[in-house]
Ligand binder design. Structure first.
Ligand code: AMP
Ligand code: MG
Length: 300
């Protein structure tokens, strides 16, 4: 799959209209996709092991989308089989009062992945230029000095986000961002399903249903942020998401391609380190075989 088609060029504000949520590229069905997804996941596992062993770069994946866009399911699928020891997943919900006493980037910065790890943001600081923009009353809760709040604030936040992401990139974090592009009609069907299917009831939220009346405002906020914050070092991908199988494949494909670009290798072992290893090996060999001396762990 040519995943590059879905990458948003810097400054491009028409990315959402260029991609149909129902797009499935050249793939016709779920079965073909599943096979590919499985194959790409095997690649992922190996390369993520290397990323971890090398301990130089971190990988940060940001997932955004409307409610029921399927990002949670995609995260689960793409990450299945990846070693949980070096995966750091964070969900960003309504900020706590402690979080609101800090800059909007603070809670995300605290959650950034360490070198060698893969970090997943299920929502992110981008909520602060989406839901907060659609509901300006949320901005009032953020305790900002009034002279810093005005129409400029969104462009200033874009600038701050670009700066943060560039800083991270310069320090070894590779960033990829996904917008799960779902249609309003598909969302309606998924929300209805939550209502009608007993074991999905818990997901049903009256708020999500009412939020649909702000659909156009969300679309406008996303259109702007995608253009303003898709950069060479931290590109956005618009992932057509009306077909869950396609969205999962798309996100998986971006991840595989990114790891190929990073091309992590096992750390090189120098001659000195090799000599030191030999020395330890000799010491180990010279010790009495186990069983010849009593093992204190085994003593009562
Ligand atoms: P969910 O992902 O369905 O669990 O919902 C989490 C909710 O938290 C969403 O409605 C988000 O819009 C909301 N949320 C996330 N970050 C923020 C934020 N910075 N300010 C206000 N609401 C937020
Ligand atoms: Mg939700």
């Amino acid at each position: 799959m040519n995943i590059d088609r879905y990458r948003v060029r810097p400054g491009d504000r028409s990315a959402l209209s260029r991609h149909r949520p129902g797009d499935t590229a050249t793939l016709r069905d779920k079965n073909a996709a599943q096979e590919r997804l499985l194959r790409s996941i095997t690649h992922l596992e190996e390369r993520l092991e290397l990323l971890n062993a090398q301990n130089e770069r971190a990988l940060l994946l940001v997932f955004q989308g409307m409610d029921a866009s399927g990002k949670d399911g995609a995260i689960k699928h793409v990450m299945s089989g990846v070693n949980p020891l070096f995966t750091e997943v964070h969900m960003f919900k309504q900020p706590s009062s402690e979080e609101m006493d800090h800059s909007f980037l603070w809670r995300a910065v605290k959650a950034l992945p360490a070198r060698g790890n893969i970090g997943i943001f299920d929502r992110s600081y981008y909520e602060d230029v989406v839901v907060v923009r659609v509901h300006p009353e949320l901005l009032n809760l953020q305790q900002l000095p009034p002279d810093l709040v005005g129409p400029r604030i969104w462009n200033e936040r874009f600038e701050d986000i670009r700066s943060l992401e560039r800083h991270l990139s310069r320090n070894g974090t590779v960033i990829r961002k996904f917008f799960f592009h779902v249609s309003k009609e598909e969302q309606r069907e998924r929300l209805l399903e939550r209502f009608e299917t007993a074991d999905k009831n818990w997901k049903f939220s009256a708020r999500d249903v009412r939020e649909r009346q702000n659909w156009a405002k969300y679309a406008a906020a996303y259109r702007e942020l995608l253009g303003a914050t898709s950069t060479k070092v931290a590109p956005w991908y618009v992932i057509p998401a009306d077909h869950k199988w396609f969205a999962r494949l798309g996100a998986g494909a971006v991840l595989v391609q990114t790891l190929m670009e990073i091309d992590p290798r096992f750390p090189r072992v120098s001659q000195e380190q090799r000599d030191a290893l030999q020395q330890v090996k000799h010491e180990l060999e010279a010790q009495a075989p186990d069983g010849a001396v009593p093992d204190p762990f085994a003593q009562r």
